[in-house]
Design a protein around this ligand. Structure first.
Ligand code: HEC
Length: 494
């Protein structure tokens, strides 16, 4: 006992925690937090706990994961099936990421409805928006590291969004992919983002967030009819704290209980449902898997799937930016006044509309036919009427068309996938130059086939595509400038 005390004193003499950490632990919080309403204040800590779980499991996973196109998939299989408890690590990492996103949304909703973002806690909220954004980007990059069919399509969609940024688009795409195609360079970039840059950013923002939480004090539970007045709030809050209770142990114990529950639920889900994926081996020509992002991106996915091509750029690029700006604007628009949700019908309505919209979009995202028609390539042949008139080279092209699964997204005479335009008459609206471009470079949610086809195959394929037009109508001979705009926004009619 005596030595323990001596060791303790040795450290205490140097660290002096008693006058730094201890006062923070004992800082007064509103007395009302000792009542059951105190349970509303645990969600932030739950998110934080899950983040720590992410860091611990993530560090372990990073020791085994191989961020290269050749080995990523195998290293995940190794984790799943061979490394002791590797599957559990992956499962916890996945479920705890899910939990983090859920708890973040719950935490934000609570803060919003209880008006805790109002004066003087605006900056805490804004930093929180940064935390939300960073967490979502982390989740996305993590999903890419799974490097299966889904993640491949995820990057394709993200890249096609980035490619639409005015002027800088192509450079951004190059920066994200580390080249022209999705491959090892892409994976090591996402790995660096996921394990160094974003966690660093997240922890940095978190320090500021927590500093502000302690510095500005925990908000008192709102009372209807007691609006925040910037002139008097500080004084009133001071007075409230005079009758306050110390954070530790009165408020902290609830956090402790809630965090333990969060960890138990996450571990329980991980044990019951196991790790997620990896699904199909990534290959743009093998799209048997229905590509779907992880659930929290389903609403975004649904918008990309359902929106008409003319709206896609706006929805993919504009909406996230507008969403973030709207969240940042919240404390400036409603920084004072009533805090109680009972006196803020508009705020309640905003929450309801937001969640209903997300739910509906999520539901569409989970069920909509964005995904290529998986049966098409194996069961639907190129219509006989088309094949009959073809030369040997064009026939060769028809075979390429079939083998490269173009039918999964493109219909011929109405049969086939619906993701891309029906190609029955593509010969009259696109010239060969634009076709080569479209196939080799992809774009607009179509994968780039450059690495999957040699030039002979491309030549044959284009010869076949040119033939896809009604008899007697000459092929399109659009000059290349016009062809470019065609590739960007395919016309429905010639
Ligand atoms: C994952 C789905 C998908 C696959 C697979 C796919 N495409 Fe596409 N394709 C699209 C989409 C989506 C567009 C529309 C692009 C745009 O809006 O810019 C498109 C556009 C095109 C166009 C331009 C059509 C027009 O009318 O403007 C051609 C030609 C084309 N694809 C050929 C092919 C060929 C050939 C293959 C097989 C090697 C193929 N596609 C595979 C999704 C796909």
């Amino acid at each position: 006992m005596k030595t323990i005390k001596q060791v303790w004193d040795w450290f205490e003499h140097r660290l002096e925690l008693r006058d730094s950490i201890w006062p923070v632990m004992r800082h007064p919080v509103p007395a009302a937090l000792a009542k059951p309403v105190g349970w509303m204040y645990v969600f932030g800590s739950m998110t934080l706990t899950l983040l720590m779980l992410q860091i611990v499991t993530g560090v372990c996973l990073a020791m085994i994961y191989q961020p290269t196109a050749a080995d990523a998939y195998a290293s995940l299989e190794y984790l799943n099936y061979e490394a002791p408890f590797g599957w559990l690590l992956r499962a916890i990492h996945y479920w705890s990421a899910t939990g983090m996103v859920v708890m973040l949304m719950v935490h934000m909703t609570q803060v919003f409805l209880m008006g805790a973002f109002k004066y003087p806690r605006e900056l805490t909220w804004i930093v929180g928006v940064g935390l939300l954004t960073t967490t979502l980007v982390l989740a996305f990059t993590g999903q890419v590291l799974r490097y299966d069919g889904d993640s491949y399509w995820g990057v394709s969609v993200a890249v096609s969004a980035a490619g639409r940024v005015p002027f800088a688009g192509p450079s951004i795409v190059h920066l994200i992919l580390g080249g022209e195609y999705i491959g090892s360079e892409t994976l090591s970039r996402f790995f660096t983002l996921h394990v160094f840059i974003l966690p660093g950013l997240l922890i940095g923002l978190l320090v500021v967030h927590l500093y502000l939480v302690v510095k500005r004090g925990i908000s008192e539970p709102p009372t209807p009819g007691q609006p925040v007045d910037k002139a008097t709030y500080g004084e009133e809050y001071e007075k409230l704290l005079e009758k306050g209770i110390p954070f530790f142990p009165h408020a902290l114990y609830r956090d402790g209980v809630a965090c333990a529950v969060a960890v138990l639920i996450v571990v329980g889900l991980a044990v019951i449902f196991g790790p997620k994926g990896p699904g199909e081996i990534p290959d743009p020509t093998l799209i048997h898997a229905e590509p779907r992002p992880d659930w929290y991106f389903l609403p975004v996915f649904a918008m990309a799937a359902l929106s008409p091509p003319s709206m896609e750029t706006f929805l993919m690029l504009g909406l996230p930016v507008i969403g973030i700006l709207a969240l940042v604007a919240v404390p400036f628009v409603a920084g004072s006044g009533e805090r109680s949700a009972r006196r803020r019908p508009v705020a309640v309505l905003v929450v309801l509309v937001t969640f209903v919209t997300l739910l509906i979009l999520g539901w569409y995202g989970a069920t909509s036919p964005w995904s290529p028609d998986m049966e098409a390539w194996s069961s639907t042949p190129v219509p006989a009427g088309i094949v009959e008139k073809l030369s040997p080279l064009e026939l060769q092209g028809a075979v390429v068309f079939q083998n490269k699964c173009c039918r999964n997204c493109h219909a011929l005479e109405g049969a086939g996938g619906k993701r891309g335009p029906d190609l029955t008459e593509v010969g009259i609206r696109m010239n060969p130059e634009a076709m080569v471009r479209q196939v080799v470079q992809g774009g607009g949610n179509m994968p780039a086939y450059a690495q999957q086809m040699n030039s002979a195959e491309v030549t044959a394929l284009v010869a076949f595509l040119v033939k896809l037009r009604p008899a007697g109508i000459p092929p399109a001979a659009v000059p290349s400038a016009a062809a470019e705009s065609l590739v960007a926004a395919p016309a429905e009619t010639p």
